[in-house]
Each structure stands twice: as C-alpha cells, then as structure tokens.
Design a protein around this ligand. Structure first.
Ligand SMILES: NC(=O)c1ccc[n+]([C@@H]2O[C@H](COP(=O)([O-])OP(=O)(O)OC[C@H]3O[C@@H](n4cnc5c(N)ncnc54)[C@H](OP(=O)(O)O)[C@@H]3O)[C@@H](O)[C@H]2O)c1
Length: 263
C-alpha cells in the first residue's frame, strides 16, 4: 500500500514537472511557508534557511519572486513551489507530490493584508468582493492547507501547525475603531478555525497555534509608526515556535514573548 502511494506521489510529481523533494535533505527538519515571496514570509524563508532547515517556499508567481529565487539559489535546501492558496486542487497536488516528506512546521503566512488606502473605509464603502476574497485567503486557505498536509506534520519530529493571525482580528486586543472590516473578519474566522482544529490535532500530537507578528513594516517604501522590521518579528516568532509544546495547542500567541493574546 505504501508503495502505491509512493508511486502515486511520484506520478503527481512528474505531472507537476519540478524537482521538488529531490533537493530536500531527509536529515534536516522541514518547514512549508506560504506567501514566501515577500514581507514576513520571505523573512521566514531567510531565517529558516540560515538555520539549515529544508524550506518548501510557496508563492503565487514564482517567476516574479526574485528575492525568493535568490534565496533558493543560495541555499540548496530551499525549494520554490507555485501556489495560489485559494486553489484547492493545487494544494492537493502538492500534498500528493510531497506525500513522503515529513513537514515539521506548516506555516500559513499568506494573506490579503489591509491596504493603506482602504484600511479606514467605513461600512458605507465596504468592498464585499474583497471581503469574500479575504475570507478565502485568510481563513479558508490555512484550514485547507492543514487538511491536506496534516499527515506530513503528523509524520514529523516537531509536529507544529502555525497560522499567522493578527491582533486586528481580536475582540480583546484589536483596535476599538471602525476599520479593516474584511481583514478583521477573516482573521477572527481564522482564529476560530485554528481553535476548533486544535481539538483534532491534539489527538495526533500536533500543536496548532496562531501567531501575532506585531506591527511590521512590509509595505515597500512605507514605515509605520512604532512598527518593527521583518527581521526582528521573525527572529522573535522563531523563538516562540521553538518553544511550542502541546500545552500551547489552540492558543493565539504574541511574537515577542509568547504570551497568550486574548481572543
Ligand atoms: N505586517 C504586519 O504588520 C502584520 C500584522 C499582523 C499580522 N500580519 C500577518 O502576517 C502575515 C504576513 O504579513 P505581511 O505583512 O508579510 O503581508 P504582505 O507583505 O501583504 O504579503 C502577503 C503575502 O501573501 C501572499 N498572498 C496573498 N494572496 C495570496 C494567494 N491567494 N495565494 C498565495 N499567496 C497569497 C502575497 O503574495 P503576492 O506577492 O503574490 O501578492 C504575499 O506573499 C499575514 O498573514 C498577515 O495577515 C502582518
């Protein structure tokens, strides 16, 4: 039976037409990062690569992901895969291609993040298409990824599912202002999906957490007040991820100190 799945995985790999796990070292831990071409995702790839992880770095448009491709060229254990996280068939094809690959950390990072121009839009100007799209990318996609890659995480040493959330989606700690409707609603939904999922993952020894990265400068050419740089945010999140145990399963944690963020 195992041979059948291996053959199926190889066939899927052939159909996908890429080198995939040929470049991954079985003796290293492995992380899969979505939205890896820029911002916090790119910095995760950089820092995991420097720690000698295998990195499966996904991007919507790898052909235009110059910074990511440069990292992959510099680190032979970084592989770049095309993935629009709303494309569930593609997620399943990738999961089939990597069926034999343990994934220590499944890191759902990709998101539609608020744009400065629309962040303060009141309900009168609400863009409902954007809201639906945000729900697909920010809430449903991390759950679909968890569904597809759960066996890979269960087969790994560390067994961690990490989803990037935001305090903007928290009733307790979010801004008490009418802003970022689509983003806040989608992140609040993500929090509940991860919380619900944690009751399943506990049974498999998998720790599922949400992380707040802080306020991070990721818009090129724009510095937000009191924001930190991706290097600091990711360095501190890696310390939190390193320290995760099953006790943290189902929690929403802060980047800086690993404290529990209020829902
Ligand atoms: N920056 C902050 O202050 C902050 C604060 C709280 C939470 N967060 C969270 O941290 C994570 C990273 O934030 P960031 O600031 O680095 O975001 P960002 O700079 O806006 O980058 C978003 C990433 O998600 C990708 N993405 C968007 N839609 C996608 C799709 N359908 N399929 C695949 N990839 C898609 C983008 O790819 P393209 O380049 O192809 O668009 C890009 O790689 C997000 O989950 C965000 O909500 C950030």
């Amino acid at each position: 039976m195992r041979d059948f799945w291996k053959a199926a995985a190889c066939a899927a790999l052939f159909l996908l037409g890429h080198p995939a796990w040929g470049a991954l070292d079985p003796d290293r831990p492995t992380v899969l990062v979505t939205g890896a071409n820029r911002g916090i995702g790119l910095e995760f790839v950089r820092q995991f690569a420097e720690r000698d992880y295998n990195v499966i770095a996904t991007a919507r448009k790898p052909e235009a992901a110059d910074d990511l491709n440069a990292l992959a060229e510099a680190h032979e254990h970084v592989v770049v895969e095309q993935l629009d996280v709303t494309d569930h068939a593609r997620i399943e094809a990738l999961a089939a291609a990597y069926a034999e690959q343990p994934i220590d950390i499944l890191l759902s990072n990709a998101a539609i993040t608020p744009r400065y121009k629309t962040a303060f839009q009141r309900v009168k100007g609400m863009d409902f298409d954007m809201a639906r799209q945000s729900f697909e990318v920010n809430a449903l996609a991390p759950l679909k990824l968890a569904q597809a890659f759960m066996p890979n995480v269960a087969a790994s040493q560390q067994k961690k599912i990490v989803m990037m959330s935001s305090k903007a989606g928290s009733f307790a700690e979010g801004p008490k202002m009418p802003m970022m409707y689509s983003y806040r609603g989608s992140k609040a939904a993500l929090d509940m999906y991860a919380y619900t999922l944690s009751f399943e993952t506990a049974k498999k020894g998998i720790t599922t957490v949400l992380l707040s990265p802080g306020t991070v400068n990721t818009t090129p050419g724009m510095k937000m007040p009191n924001a930190i740089e991706p290097e600091e945010s990711v360095r501190k999140m890696l310390a939190v991820i390193d320290g995760l145990t099953l006790e943290n399963n189902g929690q929403f944690l802060n980047y800086e100190d690993g404290r529990v963020v209020g829902w």
